[in-house]
Each structure stands twice: as structure tokens, then as C-alpha cells.
Write a protein that binds this ligand. Structure first.
Ligand SMILES: *Cc1c(COP(=O)(O)O)cnc(C)c1O
Length: 236
């Protein structure tokens, strides 16, 4: 019998090698350096043991989208040199918990959330990097501000003690060309950087569209399925 952990390690190593091959290819095609890109492994629904394997394989950025699962996993992995990202829709009553482990929150999309995160970050004596999530389609159900609201929310984050404005994040619309969506995001990011030159993060691209994201200036890719396998449907 195979040691199940060795097998799982081989699976994840193969997924990572394939993802790295795609990233390198997309960087070459775009004339960019691999060093401009941070691969963030989205570990939602997968156990802390997978996070441990990823760390051993050299991946130190991990993301979750639900506070309860994230908090438990972060505490199980407290001994590892990890940067934790939060990428899910966030309720203000989870702000205290999330600032206790998250280094970068990708999904900031409203003033009340900025207030709550700032207040809790100050209390916890943490400085948390926030990205403004931008909605690139007409579907408000997936979170994000409309582009017209981006400058005001970015300004608010930049002025809030305990928070740092890191940049922008988006999920490509379910239908349509991801290139168009990511090109729009890059435009919005460039405009934002005129006011906020340090807000250079462009979080875009998932398992299915990471090459399009790289072609359009992404700095952070959020990749789950292509690294860890297909998730079981989540039932709330
Ligand atoms: C789950 C998730 C991802 C990863 O998606 P995959 O298609 O599995 O790579 C990226 N971003 C967000 C916001 C997610 O919730």
C-alpha cells in the first residue's frame, strides 16, 4: 500500500508543475518575468495537511474564502511561514477574526467593511493589506464595487489606520472574454496608481483564466482546482 500522504504529495506536485508550466508560458508570451507574479493557492475545502504539502513544495501564499474554515486552518498551520489571503465575501461581524490571521484581504467592497476592518486591525495591533474587489459584470451577487465607486473606497482604505491599500481584485464574469474583463481591471488599476502609487497589486486569474490574467498585468493569481483538484460541491 502506498503511503496516502506520499500519493497526495505527488498529486499536488504534479498539479503545481503544470500550473508553473502554464504561468511560465504565459509570462514568456507576455514578455513578463515570472518574478512579477505571486501564485496564491486557494485551499478552501482542502485540509491543513494539503497546506503543509504546498509549503514543502515552496508555495507560501494561501487563500481561503470562509472565515470559520480559514481561522481553523491558519491555527493548525501556525508553525509554517505562510502569508494568508482572504478572498471571500466578508460580513462585518467576521472582521475581528479575519484580521487575526489574514495578511491580505482581496474582497473589500464597502465602507462599513473598511470601518470594521480598520477598527479591529488597530485593536489587534495589525496592519492588514486590503484590495478593492471590483465587479466587472452586472451580477452584483458575487460582490465588488462598480468601477465608479472604486476611487472613493480606495481613498477610504488608504486613510484608515490599521489598513494599507494594496490594489484591486476581480473575478472574470461567468460569460464573455476574460481578456476584456482583465484589460478593464488593469485600466482601473493604472488610474488608481496615479493617486496611490504603492497600490500595485492586481489580483486576477484563477485555474481557468490565469494566462489571460498574466497577459493583462495580473500580479497575483488565485488558483485552487488546478493545484488541488476539483472541490466537492459545498452545501451550506
Ligand atoms: C475558489 C476561488 C478561486 C479559485 O478558483 P479555481 O477555479 O478553483 O482556481 C479564486 N478566487 C476566488 C475568489 C475563489 O473563491
Amino acid at each position: 500500500m502506498d503511503d496516502p500522504n506520499t500519493t497526495r504529495r505527488d498529486e499536488i506536485a504534479a498539479g503545481l508543475a503544470e500550473v508553473e508550466r502554464r504561468i511560465t508560458g504565459a509570462c514568456e508570451a507576455a514578455g513578463r518575468s515570472r518574478r512579477e507574479i505571486t501564485l496564491v493557492a486557494v485551499t478552501k475545502t482542502y485540509p491543513a495537511s494539503d497546506v503543509r504539502i504546498l509549503t514543502a513544495l515552496g508555495v507560501h501564499d494561501v487563500a481561503e474564502n470562509r472565515d470559520q474554515e480559514a481561522a481553523a486552518k491558519a491555527s493548525e498551520c501556525a508553525d509554517l511561514p505562510l502569508t494568508w489571503h482572504f478572498v471571500g465575501q466578508l460580513q462585518t461581524n467576521k472582521a475581528r477574526s479575519v484580521v487575526s490571521y489574514a495578511d491580505m484581504i482581496h474582497s473589500v467592497d464597502r465602507p462599513r467593511l473598511v470601518e470594521a476592518l480598520g477598527r479591529e486591525a488597530v485593536k489587534a495591533e495589525r496592519r492588514v493589506t486590503c484590495l478593492v474587489q471590483v465587479a466587472l459584470d452586472e451580477d452584483p451577487g458575487r460582490g465588488g464595487v462598480i468601477p465608479a465607486e472604486l476611487p472613493a473606497l480606495a481613498g477610504m482604505i488608504a486613510r484608515t489606520e490599521g489598513l494599507a491599500l494594496g490594489g484591486v481584485m476581480a473575478v472574470a464574469p461567468l460569460r464573455g472574454d476574460p481578456n476584456r474583463a482583465f484589460a478593464r481591471l488593469l485600466e482601473l488599476s493604472s488610474a488608481m496608481q496615479e493617486e496611490h502609487p504603492d497600490a500595485t497589486v492586481v489580483s486576477a486569474g484563477m485555474s481557468g483564466d490565469l494566462a489571460e490574467a498574466i497577459a493583462n498585468g495580473a500580479t497575483h493569481l488565485r488558483v485552487g482546482t488546478a493545484l488541488l483538484g476539483r472541490r466537492k460541491p459545498f452545501v451550506r
